[in-house]
Write a protein that binds this ligand. Structure first.
Ligand code: 13P
Length: 251
């Protein structure tokens, strides 16, 4: 199986008022001009901007995603948004199981798996996040934690063609710290082996993104690592120059 097409996705987190659509338009235009080369690009703004972002990016190569969804299609769940609603708004991706949601909202692997299943059922692709804390890494629990998250957050019955896994070490998020290329290679190879065990040869086609303090200055080194099929970018995705500086690795 040939290597999957890389994906460079931006997670805007809880950032972005309507005025930020100007930055989104700049990213859209840069992507349309070939700035991401062979990579696919996506931006996941807050819920409030999803529909407007979809509208702004119609007919462009920049895909739009969201940052969470509820496991159910509809019902009495005040404040929640379903995957079907996101699909209806025109999103094509949804991030599930981000460490900030696992920490802030107590999301377990079971909840994340249910959300990923809901995303796939609604016709979205799911970006499923995994990653260890500093304490877990230092205690030698990296593979137990990440392996448990991969196995627990994915289901054998999922269509691997619409699953993306993002490895985001919690201690690297927003800190400017990154693992060494050798460390990233080791964890991504470990995740790939788990995907092969779950999905057979189709596990080869699942994109495994690296996330955590990715910047234009370190993107080339991180993206060159075997089994790194793109990036999930936080802070640097808020500015067109930074985001496209990362995606430019694939030109
Ligand atoms: P930063 O790129 O800001 O470290 O955030 C990474 C992240 O959490 C993306 O989901």
């Amino acid at each position: 199986m040939t290597a999957p097409r890389p994906l460079v996705a931006g997670n805007w987190k809880m950032n972005g008022l309507k005025a930020a659509l100007a930055e989104l338009a700049a990213i859209r235009d840069a992507a349309a001009a070939g700035g991401a080369g062979r990579a696919e690009t996506a931006i996941c703004p807050p819920f409030t901007l999803v529909a407007a972002a979809v509208e702004a990016c119609k007919g462009s190569p920049l895909a739009i995603g969201a940052q969470d969804c509820h496991p159910r299609v509809s019902g009495a769940h005040t404040g929640d948004v379903s995957a079907e609603m996101l699909r209806d708004a025109g999103a094509s991706y949804v991030i599930v199981g981000h460490s900030e949601r696992r920490a802030d909202h107590g999301e377990t692997n079971d909840i994340v798996r249910a959300k990923a299943g809901a995303a796939l059922a609604a016709g979205l692709a799911a970006i499923v996040c995994v990653g260890e804390t500093k304490g877990e890494r230092e205690a030698g629990q990296l593979t137990a934690v990440v392996g448990g998250q991969v196995d627990g957050s994915l289901d054998k019955g999922f269509d691997p063609a619409r699953i993306v896994v993002a490895y985001e070490p919690v201690w690297a998020i927003g800190t400017g710290l990154t693992p060494t290329a050798a460390d990233v290679a080791e964890v991504h190879a470990f995740i790939r082996a788990r995907l092969l065990a779950l999905y057979g040869a189709k596990g080869e086609g699942v994109r495994i993104l690296y996330g955590g303090s990715v910047k234009p200055s370190n993107a080339a080194e991180l993206m060159a690592v075997k089994n790194v099929d793109g990036a999930l970018v936080g802070g640097a995705s808020l500015k067109c120059a930074d985001f496209m500086g990362i995606a430019a690795v694939y030109r």
